[in-house]
Design a protein around this ligand. Structure first.
Ligand code: FES
Ligand code: FES
Length: 206
């Protein structure tokens, strides 16, 4: 005598079980397409309202209408047209974007423009006085050949001015330590240190 299968003991014959499985499989795509049809299409995200940001850049007033997420670096380059400030990593790791904000050095890629509303920004374009001379730090970089490709140079010069004014340029070791956030792919480091030593006294408070 044959033993009843587990299915038939639960009151479900193999034939009925298979028929149910097949019809469920056949219905699945239909159910899925109905579910898709019922899903509302996600609304387009509303554009953020621009934030009007007032900056004083190189002693000139600027009023910029910006997305609140705009970095100070992008505001300078793309909205104020001041492309002297360079974008290297855009992640706070290379120092190419260094500017002075109220006299203090700041990585402009890590600062939202809107956070600097009402502040004084100095970029490399604002360093040379109008009499045609260069800023002492710019002149020292030329005198000491403190660059090769020049990509890092605006950030190096702004950082060097900040470094001197912080009182962190009293020795070569100090300069190396406090300029270590400014990377130079061309490895002009010894020349940069020499330039800062030359310009240090003329730069203080300038
Ligand atoms: S671009 Fe800002 S630190 Fe590199
Ligand atoms: S001069 Fe080329 S990266 Fe510094």
């Amino acid at each position: 005598m044959s033993q009843p299968s587990a299915l038939s003991t639960n009151g479900l014959s193999r034939r009925k079980f298979m028929a149910g499985t097949v019809s469920a499989a056949a219905a699945a795509p239909l159910l899925a397409s109905r579910a898709e049809a019922a899903t509302p299409v996600a609304a387009e995200p509303k554009l953020r309202r621009p934030v009007v940001t007032s900056l004083r850049i190189n002693e000139q007033p600027y009023e910029l209408s910006l997305d609140a997420r705009t970095s100070l670096l992008d505001a300078l380059r793309d909205h104020a047209g001041l492309t002297g400030t360079k974008k290297g990593c855009d992640h706070g790791q290379c120092g190419a974007c260094t500017v002075l904000v109220d006299g203090k050095r700041v990585l402009s890629c890590l600062s939202f423009a809107a956070m600097n509303d009402g502040k004084d920004i100095t970029t490399v374009e604002g360093l040379a006085p109008s009499d045609g001379k260069l800023h002492p730090m710019q002149q020292a970089f030329i005198d000491h050949d403190a660059f090769q490709c020049g990509y890092c140079t605006p950030g190096q010069i702004l950082s060097a001015i900040g470094c001197v004014n912080e009182g962190h340029a009293e020795s070569e070791n100090d300069i190396r330590e406090y300029m270590s956030g400014n990377i130079c792919r061309c490895a002009a480091y010894p020349n940069i240190v020499a330039a800062i030593l030359q310009a240090r006294d003329e730069t203080k408070g300038a």
